[in-house]
Design a protein around this ligand. Sequence first.
Ligand code: FAD
Ligand code: SIN
Length: 525
Amino acid sequence: MIRKFDFLVIGSGIAGISFALKASPYGKVALLCKTTLDESNTSFAQGGIATVMYEPDSFEKHIQDTLIAGDGHCNLAAVEKVVREAPAQISELVNWGVDFDKTDEGLFDLHREGGHSDFRILHHKDNTGFEIQQSLIEKVKSDPNIEIFENYFAIEILTQHHLGDIVTQHTPGIECYGAYVLNYQSNHIHTFLAKTTLLATGGIGNVYATTTNPAIATGDGIAMVHRARGVINDMEFVQFHPTGLYQPGQRPTYLITEAIRGYGAVLRCKDGKEFMQKYDERGSLAPRDIVARAIDNEMKIRGHEFVYLDVTHKNAEETKEHFPNIYKKCLESGIDITKDMIPVSPVQHYLCGGVSVDLNGRTSINRLYAAGECSCTGLHGANRLASNSLIEAIVYADAAVKDAIKELNKVSINEFIPAWNDEGTKLPEEMVLITQSFREVEQIMNSYVGIVRSNLRLKRAMSRLEILYRETEDLFDRSVVSREICELRNVISVAYLIIKHALRRKESRGLHYTVDYPRSMKNEQ
Ligand code: FAD
Ligand code: SIN
């Protein structure tokens, strides 16, 4: 079936829905998500959303903190853009019904997180993302110009490559005409044609064996652009959150927000001793890459599988008031955080790299924009400052809409794209071939492409991955398309890009830390 829209939005997190809401006054919007509207990294966000609110905080301080965390690799223009445009986008969220916590005086209650020199994290208790996602969903469902497609899986973006022999006109560069999309409940592949397409497909967590990301995070947007020969940057900068709740076998890993360290929690070894001062004078509130590496190092030295996060010295009622969900979740596992230390270990959490975009959210492919975690704006550089991603997503979605509407009347829908051809394919003989290969990718990435890397480990990872790549492409060519085989292909592409970019970087910087090009870190092995 062919469907035509002015705007095709792939992804229903903060980037996708905010784009859809702002684009809908200008044309018809299709909003796709691969499961339900609420399954996204956005829904999982805990700590909050960074913005400069009150003095003595300032744009300059937020810019400086972002640049320091980014370790000399940020795009200054992107940093300035996000920091300066943040307050206006926060007002938009509030207008859409997002309820950020306030003090008794009616001011926004601001938290502080690692790497921030001031209190500037707006939040809704300890489940800010859920509050944002629910408010956006309510808004988008009542917009008559937005058609929502749940359980629709985008397989490929459409480009000249799909025109086959038909050459309509010469266009410089690659063009995007929409996407092939699988409704995996009816098993039909639809052709979505659009004047403008936004990729807002989120993170890549499931490339790793342990992650805070929900199951939808398989890097689909990045893999699609890679196949379409678009530009992808900074894939080596994978962020590991220092404090995932240690619960072997749980997927996704439950996050213990960094805001709890801003509130006063400290990291301790199993013997109860603090260790962060050995690594950084900011102690437990040092930027994430430093804290994650320090924990990793302590665990390796001592042969332990976790360290502790201790908040027991704080007022119990206040702790429960600020972090009600974490309190409840830990209690379910027999940990009363007001009395017991919390076992934590680092876990894959975020990707700084992705589909390269300019200040207007334009990718290297014409008529294709990207926003949110699947994109690489240069804001985060080599390491993201906590709570800078929700704000980046909404600022860039806004920029993309403003840019796209300028072009809308100049482009037309490409009618020549043929329907998806699955002649000669059949159902995969054994699903286990797909699920087992998926597990192998996760294990390769956890074992060889983690917090501390080496050329030897990266090369081993690449040669293991090449075997999986060949087997999977062969299986894909012979099989009827399914969500499972597409996701497997995508995680293999994303893993390949991470390893390739990591091998290319002959230095340790930010999140990319390699023993072959070390950088002095106090007390590190
Ligand atoms: P997402 O919110 O992940 O949405 C992706 C969407 O794309 C989903 O709707 C999905 O269905 C859809 N999709 C994916 N692939 C396809 C496909 N092939 N076809 C169709 N649809 C597809 N950031 C902060 O700034 N502050 C925080 O406090 C914070 N806490 C976090 C806590 C956790 C546990 C996690 C996991 C992340 C946290 N982050 C935080 C990061 C932040 O939540 C994400 O970076 C951000 O929400 C990404 O938004 P997004 O719109 O780009 O993608
Ligand atoms: C957290 O709450 O610690 C996560 C914040 C983030 O990932 O930005």
